[in-house]
Ligand binder design. Structure first.
Ligand SMILES: O=C(O)CCC(=O)C(=O)O
Length: 236
């Protein structure tokens, strides 16, 4: 599922674009069962614990359950990624962000490339909804156009939301410009590694689980990715 030229234009302009359905119902159900099994093995952490909320998270999911590699290697994802990264596509990471009903924690505004250090910043995220997601159940919000500049991260220890590192402060981000999408389960949104994004708390009575696949132009300077598989094309 290559992106259309209109979708590529939106990605280049806004740093974020919905890419439609990438997983069928059976794959969504299987992913959720496997996440529950990982949770029962106590593999998901809760970085929001200190603010009394839950944000179940697992980094590098496919290294714990190989089935997730079938999602990563799904042509719907790789064709879309290739449309903007070019022919050589390498996995960077795949993660789970699960916000349960009523107690799901916010995700504070951030730019992924502050951690990832991709140079040039030709990296992206495909955020796949495993539950129907929208603004009312903690759907991810994005600041369009923010991908053009990497801001200095700031960690405010007095901020109750500062459960992670290198987050952006509110005065660095004009939240009134944020956009979000209605993302049915199995559909996905792609964002650039410098697009500012975050999510409000999940105060609804619906679960909000997202599975993220982070991909990069193969061989990019940045973090050590020697153990990250090449998914398309060749290493430069
Ligand atoms: O799902 C979330 O709330 C955060 C996701 C995120 O930060 C990401 O996809 O990079």
């Amino acid at each position: 599922m290559k992106l259309t030229s209109d979708q590529i234009d939106v990605y280049r302009r806004d740093g974020v674009v919905p890419i439609g359905k990438v997983l069928d119902e059976a794959a969504v159900a299987e992913a959720k069962e496997r996440i529950e099994a990982l949770r029962q093995r106590d593999l998901l952490d809760n970085p929001a614990e200190q603010i009394g909320k839950k944000s179940f998270r697992l980094l590098n999911v496919s290294s714990f359950d190989e089935w997730f590699k079938s999602i990563i290697n799904n042509d719907n994802l790789l064709d879309a990624a290739e449309s903007v990264l070019g022919p050589n596509v390498q996995l960077f990471q795949d993660n789970i962000f699960w916000k349960p009903p009523k107690q799901g924690a916010p995700s504070t505004w951030h730019q992924d490339n502050i951690w990832w250090a991709g140079d040039p910043p030709n990296m992206l995220t495909i955020w796949i909804a495993l539950d129907d997601a929208d603004a009312s159940n903690g759907g991810v919000h994005y600041i369009p156009g923010s991908q053009t500049k990497l801001l200095e991260g700031e960690l405010d220890l007095d901020d109750p939301n500062a459960y992670s590192h290198k987050l952006l402060s509110d005065d660095q981000v004009d939240g009134s410009r944020a956009i979000s999408f209605t993302v049915p389960a199995g559909h996905a949104v792609m964002h650039h590694c410098q697009t500012i994004h975050g999510a409000p708390p999940n105060q609804s009575d619906r679960s909000r689980c997202g599975y993220t696949v982070h991909l990069q132009e193969a061989g990019l300077r940045g973090k050590d990715v020697t153990n990250c598989p090449l998914l398309r094309g060749k290493m430069p």
